[in-house]
Design a protein around this ligand. Structure first.
Ligand SMILES: *[C@@H]1O[C@H](CO)[C@@H](O)[C@H](O)[C@H]1NC(C)=O
Ligand SMILES: *[C@@H]1O[C@H](CO)[C@@H](O)[C@H](O)[C@H]1NC(C)=O
Ligand SMILES: *[C@@H]1O[C@H](CO)[C@@H](O)[C@H](O)[C@H]1NC(C)=O
Ligand SMILES: *[C@@H]1O[C@H](CO)[C@@H](O)[C@H](O)[C@H]1NC(C)=O
Length: 646
């Protein structure tokens, strides 16, 4: 009896194993709101009689759908699935018991069991539904780096979505909302990166197929400190991860900048004290004083030049670096030129004055500034289809360089008044010098026009600006015209009218320039910075113009002027004291101001990760303008005196 039972059971087992229920090979991924077909089928033909198919949630046992006695039984089904679960009754005869679930909800995620009972036995399969989702992971720990190092900010996609289907990966700096890198349609788009990050960021190309979108940030700067977000978009989904970058401290470059700033400050103060000490002692020879004076003129400025250059390597923008370096490179020229207005050291100075001319400083500085401006225009207009503005701009730049070259040469060949034999004053030589003055004024006018046109091309202002282009050179011509007009019109010889004439022309020139700058630059990011630089150039230009005119006017009244000098030298003690103070302000005060500003900026930036002052030009050039303005006033005064004495 036992044996019979055993055999019967075995037969039953074999029958029960007569079919296998199949399901999908892996979990089903579907976005919320969509429909998904839960596969469940057998490959054998089953007897339809007494066939029962039951779909349940595996964990809770909730009945999702029941097929019994040849029909669906909605009354026993959970209410929630009443409308959403669709059973393919016509497919049953093919052994297909799949279920479609519509309007997928968050709570539908989970396992579903499909159980099939028939006369041949029973079987089941489990189907898993997962929400389609995108998981992006960064790293929990923040990344630290020294300035100048390279770092990797990690970001990888962990999901069933294959990397080919990722539409867009966006790296942005969240605290400042700057686009760092954009990866779209299988490509990195370097042009969309913010200027600050251009050419410094990349993805690991070999890692992308693995879903690794880590970012390599090269030569980290202090302002890079902050939080970065990696934003991934795929198939209507998006996810993000953050990575934090921390700074550790100064790099070797920064320390070098600090050392140069310190050397400039310390050197300037030390030399200034020594100079005053030796000058108060009357026993010291003038050569020692001269050496100290030359050191004071050169050393601090050269130190500042290097400091600004290194600053440019690590932090500064191109425009800032080039203009500040050019200024500090040329400052000794201006200081040596200004030395002649001090009462001592005149003998040592003579051989130096021939080389260090203010006109040369002006010319060289002009070329530097305009090369920067030119590259800016070139880049800004690089994407224009119209090439005319670029060609025009290049031609203007060529004219500027050529004019500056001529300016230096005309200056060299000028006949300095000291070398003129006092007795003879041949007419033709005076005439030659007049021609040169005319050429000089012409070139200066051309330069002014080139400058204005460059701005007009760059920033496309309104039409009234064009009037200024013609008015400004006319103003410059008015200055050498004054002595000629005086010869014809008597009332112009009045001292106050002359003074008014000079001041009006200078002020008009500067006001017109400011007007042009304001009208053209306001929409630019660097408008304040450029305004400061251009104003400084304008002051230099006016100094040069007045200086040349003074020389010319002095030459034509050379005899009378001799007496005048002797007379005025007695009464100008106060003036020479003032000159000395202004000279020291330029040689020591400005160096101190700028080196302290640079040091403070560097330290604050290393601490906060962002610049306090957007640009150092805002400090460097206005303070330099104050210094230059003093010498401009001095030149205007000299011109006024030489004209009224005639
Ligand atoms: C079962 O039927 C569903 C709905 O028509 C279909 O999508 C699925 O491919 C079928 N499965 C098989 C194995 O035929
Ligand atoms: C990205 O490239 C892969 C192959 O490298 C390709 O299969 C996929 O379709 C591409 N994706 C896009 C959005 O072009
Ligand atoms: C991604 O690639 C980078 C560079 O090879 C590697 O350092 C990083 O560990 C990778 N991240 C993951 C999650 O594999
Ligand atoms: C980043 O993802 C979180 C959720 O993971 C989300 O709350 C946040 O809004 C997302 N941030 C952005 C900028 O999309």
């Amino acid at each position: 009896m036992m044996e019979i039972t055993c055999i019967f059971m075995s037969i039953l087992m074999i029958v029960a194993d007569g079919f296998t229920v199949h399901g999908p090979s892996g979990p089903l991924f579907a976005p919320l709101g969509s429909s998904v077909v839960l596969l469940c089928y057998v490959n054998e033909l089953l007897v339809m009689e007494d066939l029962e198919v039951e779909w349940r949630r595996t964990d809770s046992g909730t009945l999702v759908h029941l097929y019994q006695d040849g029909e669906s039984r909605p009354e026993v089904q959970q209410q929630d699935y009443h409308e959403r679960a669709h059973f393919f009754t016509d497919q049953i005869q093919h052994g297909n018991f799949s279920l479609r679930l519509d309007n997928l909800r968050a709570e539908d995620e989970g396992r579903y069991t499909c159980r099939v009972y028939s006369q041949q036995g029973s079987g089941e399969t489990v189907v898993q539904i997962k929400h389609e989702c995108l998981l992006v992971s960064g790293s929990d720990r923040s990344v630290s780096a020294y300035d100048g190092e390279d770092v990797t900010l990690s970001c990888s996609v962990d999901s069933h979505i294959t990397p080919e289907h990722i539409e867009e990966v966006l790296w942005r700096k969240t605290d400042e909302d700057i686009l760092v890198l954009l990866f779209k349609n299988n490509k990195t788009l370097p042009d969309t990166s913010d200027e600050r990050y251009r050419d410094r960021v990349e993805l690991f190309t070999a890692e992308i197929p693995k879903g690794n979108f880590s970012l390599r940030l090269k030569s980290v700067r202090t302002e890079d400190k902050g939080v970065y977000m990696c934003h991934v978009f795929a198939g209507g989904l998006s996810a993000n991860a953050t990575a934090k970058l921390e700074q550790l401290g100064f790099s070797a470059w920064h320390i070098t900048v600090l050392i140069f700033c310190f050397a400039a400050t310390f050197g300037a103060v030390l030399l200034f004290c020594c100079l005053n000490y030796y000058r108060s002692k009357n026993t010291v020879t003038s050569s020692i004083i001269w050496n100290l004076q030359v050191s004071l003129v050169f050393c601090p400025n050269i130190c500042m030049f290097f400091a600004f250059m290194l600053w440019g390597f690590t932090e500064g923008s191109l425009h800032e670096t080039v203009t500040c370096c050019a200024l500090y490179f040329l400052r000794p020229v201006m200081l040596i030129w200004a030395l002649r207005y001090l009462k001592y050291l005149q003998d040592n100075l003579k051989s130096w004055i021939r080389i260090f001319r203010i006109t040369r400083e002006f010319a060289v500085f002009m070329v530097f500034v305009y090369s920067v401006l030119f590259t800016y225009v070139w880049r800004k207009r690089a994407h224009d289809t119209d090439t005319k503005p670029r060609i025009f701009s290049a031609v203007l730049f060529g004219i500027v360089v050529l004019s500056c070259l001529i300016l230096s040469i005309v200056d060299v060949s000028r006949c300095p008044s000291q070398e003129r034999p006092s007795g003879a004053s041949p007419c033709n030589q005076t005439l030659g010098c007049r021609h040169k003055l005319f050429i000089f004024c012409l070139i200066i006018s051309i330069l002014s026009d080139c400058q204005l046109f460059q701005f007009i091309i760059l920033f496309i202002p309104s039409e009234e600006i064009f009037v200024v282009v013609f008015v400004q050179p006319l103003l410059l011509i008015c200055i050498p015209l004054l002595p000629h007009l005086q010869a014809k019109l008597k009332f112009l010889r009045h001292r106050w009218i002359t003074l008014l004439w000079i001041i009006t022309i200078t002020l008009l020139d500067i006001i017109l320039l400011i007007y042009v700058l304001l009208a053209t630059l306001t929409r630019e990011r660097e408008y304040l910075e450029w305004t400061c630089v251009i104003l400084f150039i304008e002051v230099l230009k006016m100094i040069v113009v007045f200086k040349e005119n003074v020389q010319e006017a002095e030459r034509s009244v050379v005899e009378r002027r001799r007496q005048q000098t002797e007379m005025s030298q007695e009464g100008s003690n106060a003036l020479s004291r003032c000159n000395e103070i202004m000279f020291m302000f330029g040689a020591v005060g400005l160096v101190l101001l700028n080196s302290v500003t640079l040091t403070a900026e560097l330290i604050l930036k290393a601490r906060n990760g962002e610049r306090v002052m957007k640009d150092l030009r805002v400090v460097v050039f206005p303070s330099e303008c104050v210094f230059a303005l003093y010498w401009l006033v001095l030149q205007m005064h000299a011109f006024w005196r030489s004209v009224t004495s005639g």
